[in-house]
Design a protein around this ligand. Structure first.
Ligand SMILES: C[S@@+](CC[C@H](N)C(=O)[O-])C[C@H]1O[C@@H](n2cnc3c(N)ncnc32)[C@H](O)[C@@H]1O
Length: 522
């Protein structure tokens, strides 16, 4: 093992020990999630390629923790190439042991708050690498926030929105610590690329520095823990952009070897509201308006493979003495729902006349055989006959043939298809308070993170959203969907997602105007 490996192992052990001495809540409050070694190495290695060769390194990490980036720097550079190295760490719990760890090295750790630290002449850096604390705006003290806005504007010339997370202030504040032509790499949440508070960050990146490259990880193929799945690495240079400059957008794979890559003109980025469209998109979206897909992820309901086999009424379950715990309530087709609101009883069952249950278990056959012999007998009937259920296409492609897709109870649903006589509505929306899920005769609307948080704080808003959804003009839905012979209309998830949500946003904004909370996605 090399000296570097020994040192890195020591640091990782220290990190683990220090993390374990804190509760997840405490670590959350200061955004204390360390960068995994491989990622830190990838970032630093790539960053070094952006610096002029043979330049002496003056390194800064404004939220250093135990020093993952400095350690990576030591892996790829000789100690003589490092002229200075400075790290800030506000929490003594990490800072003191880290100081001891790096005692014999060039790294100087200051145990203080980076957001109030002074950038003195001679303390500037040409290589800033940081995974800043991700602390959401409502956890930033309301008295501290104006001060942060003021000092960030003094540093980088941009006044950040009050909805910005702490990481945005770190980015803006570090501007004054950077020498001309300095390179910075920021590992930050990618949400700034789309949400409203990110506007000023994007303005900074396009007007005050040269935005070199944004790499986004593929959340479905995450090599990292949860805290990093939706992260991006933003590379910038403190200089005016050269003529004909293009910004590199990459996605997936690794920083050095991404799955997708595209170069985009800054002039295009100025008008594009959603930067996460890159590198997939070939050109800016026609409309920058907010659509339902910004607020909800829309999914087709469950395709069981054979509703007759997998869905039954309570009487049937009782008659066969099947175990209720292996069933999930499921909504019947919309013709059995004469009201738009599905209320719940104390057990989470929908208060409707036709209650149905979906066989929903992923237990392996041997377990079922020993735990639930009656269910085993029933499943065996799915293996026999002329066209056994188990050999149907959908069932055949599953891990275990009777296991259903994961479709948690959706708070909102829309019928997937319908017929409309003249002015009637072909699609109906439902508000679901029960624990029932639904099959593929419905589209299921799951609020995305920001909306989910808002609804958690303001459960009454579900009703406003449902009323709004039902007030969408039939024509708007029809023109986004498709029509089949005999006036049969269908609406696919993507089509519903592309419907404008501007009015809904205004409605919700009006409602919360007098409360502390604000919508971050507008
Ligand atoms: C996301 S962690 C990254 C730690 C380390 N750089 C790494 O990548 O493993 C952010 C660090 O910033 C520290 N921090 C939070 N607020 C700070 C502040 N105001 N000034 C300096 N450090 C701060 C946290 O204690 C935490 O150690």
């Amino acid at each position: 093992m090399t000296d570097w490996h020994n040192l890195e192992n020591k640091r990782l052990l220290l990190q683990e020990t220090l993390d374990s001495q804190k509760s997840p809540l405490e670590r959350n409050q200061l955004g204390q999630f360390a960068t995994p070694t491989d990622l830190a190495c990838d970032i630093v290695k790539y960053g070094l390629t952006q610096l002029p060769t043979d330049s002496k390194i003056r390194f800064l990490d404004p939220g250093i923790g135990t020093g993952s980036f400095y350690s990576a720097l030591r892996k790829f550079t000789k100690v003589e190439s490092i002229e200075s190295a400075v790290g800030y760490e506000v929490d003594e719990h990490y800072a003191k042991p880290a100081k001891r760890l790096w005692k014999r090295h060039k790294l100087r750790i200051s145990i203080s708050d980076f957001t109030t630290a002074n950038a003195r002449n001679g303390s500037r850096a040409n290589f800033v690498i940081c995974n800043p604390p991700y602390v959401r705006h409502h956890h930033i003290d309301s008295e501290v926030k104006p001060q942060l806005q003021y000092s960030t504007e003094a540093s980088c010339g941009i006044r950040l929105s009050g909805l910005s997370g702490l990481y945005c202030y770190f980015l803006g504040l570090s501007h004054k610590w950077m020498e001309d032509d300095a390179i910075a790499g920021w590992l930050i949440p990618s949400e700034f690329m789309d949400v409203n508070y990110g506007k000023e960050i994007k303005q900074y990146l396009l007007s005050k520095v040269t935005l070199l490259h944004i790499h986004r990880f593929d959340p479905t193929n995450s090599q990292f823990d949860d805290a990093l799945v939706s992260s991006a690495i933003v590379w910038l240079k403190k200089s005016r952009p050269p003529k004909n400059h293009k910004v590199k957008f990459t996605f997936g794979g690794t920083l050095q070897n991404p799955t997708l890559s595209r170069e985009v003109l800054p002039s295009e980025l100025v008008t594009e509201r959603k930067w996460t469209r890159y590198p997939k998109a070939t050109k800016a979206s026609k409309t920058n308006s907010i659509v339902l897909g910004d607020l909800f992820s829309v999914k087709r309901g469950l395709a069981t493979g054979d509703n007759k086999f997998f869905i039954m009424e309570r009487t049937e379950i009782e008659k066969r003495s099947l175990p209720f715990e292996c069933f999930t309530p499921v909504l019947p087709s919309s013709r059995y729902l004469n009201k738009g609101i599905i209320y719940s009883d104390k057990d989470g069952l929908p208060k409707i006349d036709k209650q149905l249950f979906l066989l929903n278990t992923s237990l392996p056959q041997e377990k079922i055989q020993s735990l639930y012999p009656t269910l085993w007998e029933y499943l065996k009937t799915g293996l026999t006959g002329e066209k056994p259920v188990a050999s149907r296409y959908l069932c055949k492609t599953r891990r275990v043939w009777y296991e259903q897709e994961n479709r948690p109870p959706p708070p909102f649903l829309c019928t997937y298809m319908g017929r409309a006589a003249d002015k009637e509505k072909p699609f109906r929306f439902f508000l679901n308070y029960s624990n029932a899920t639904a099959c593929n005769v419905y589209l299921l609307l799951y609020p995305k993170k920001e909306l989910l948080e808002l609804l958690f704080e303001n459960p009454n808003m579900k009703m406003d959203i449902w009323k709004y959804l039902n007030s969408i003009e039939p024509n708007e839905l029809i023109s986004n969907g498709r029509v089949y012979g005999g006036g049969l209309y269908k609406l696919e998830p993507r089509e519903l997602q592309s419907i404008s949500a501007e009015k809904l946003i205004h409605k919700l904004t009006r409602k919360i105007k007098n409360t502390q909370q604000q919508l971050e996605f507008i």
